[in-house]
Design a protein around this ligand. Structure first.
Ligand SMILES: Cc1cc2nc3c(=O)[nH]c(=O)nc-3n(C[C@H](O)[C@H](O)[C@H](O)COP(=O)(O)O)c2cc1C
Length: 177
C-alpha cells in the first residue's frame, strides 16, 4: 500500500471480520467533549463520566448518551428517568477521572465538586461547566453492551461561558487553549 494512511487490519476477532482493537483506534479519532451525567435516587447523588453524548433532534429537543450496561450508573439512571449533563471545562479533568473510576464511593457525595441543583430534575450541575442540560428520559434503545439513553431537554444553562472545553481524543485529554 502506498501513502501510509491505512493500517492493515490485524487478524479478526470482532464481528463481521472487524478487529476490535482497530475499531477502538478508529472511533477514538473522533474528537469529543467530556461530560458528567448526574441523577438523584433516594436522595443520593449518582454520577458518571461520558463522552458518548450527542444531540439528536430539534423537534422535540433530544440528546443521547450511551451507558454501559454493567456500570452501576446504568440501572440507577434508567430507574430515575431524570438526569443532568454537565459538559466539562478543561480544568475539570480530575472530575472526569473521578466519575470514571469504577468501585469509587457511589452515593450521597460528589467529592466536593461545587454544584447547583437543576430546578427541573434536582440533579447536580457542576459549577464551572461549559454547558449544562437537564433531561427526562424519552426512550431507551438497545446498544449492544450499552443502552442508548435518549433524553428530552427540560432546561439549559451555560454555567461558565468563558471556560475552554475539555477534549478527549485518541484516549487522551486535550485542551483547546
Ligand atoms: C473520557 C471517558 C469517557 C467515558 N465515556 C463513557 C460513556 O460514554 N459511556 C459509558 O458507559 N462509560 C463511559 N466511560 C466509563 C465510565 O465513566 C465508567 O465506566 C463509570 O464510571 C463506571 O462507573 P460505575 O459502574 O460506578 O457507574 C468513560 C470514561 C472516560 C474516562
Amino acid at each position: 500500500m502506498t501513502g501510509g494512511h491505512r493500517r492493515a487490519p490485524s487478524p479478526s476477532s470482532g464481528g463481521q471480520g472487524v478487529d476490535p482493537e482497530l475499531y477502538r483506534q478508529v472511533v477514538g479519532r473522533f474528537a469529543t467533549g467530556v461530560a458528567v451525567v448526574t441523577t438523584v435516587a433516594g436522595g443520593a447523588d449518582h454520577a458518571m463520566t461520558v463522552n458518548a453524548f450527542t444531540s439528536v433532534s430539534l423537534e422535540p429537543l433530544l440528546v443521547l448518551f450511551c451507558a454501559e450496561r454493567i456500570a452501576r450508573f446504568h440501572d440507577v439512571v434508567l430507574e430515575t428517568g431524570l438526569w443532568a449533563v454537565s459538559v466539562l471545562a478543561e480544568e475539570m479533568r480530575d472530575a472526569s477521572q473521578w466519575f470514571a473510576t469504577r468501585g469509587r464511593m457511589l452515593d450521597g457525595r460528589l467529592q466536593g465538586w461545587e454544584h447547583t441543583r437543576g430546578p427541573a430534575t434536582g440533579a447536580a450541575i457542576f459549577a464551572g461547566a461549559v454547558a449544562a442540560m437537564e433531561c427526562r428520559t424519552y426512550a431507551v434503545h438497545d446498544g449492544g453492551d450499552h443502552s442508548i439513553v435518549v433524553g428530552e431537554a427540560l432546561g439549559l444553562d451555560v454555567p461558565d461561558p468563558a471556560a475552554p472545553a475539555l477534549v478527549f481524543y485518541e484516549g487522551r485529554y486535550r485542551s483547546l487553549s
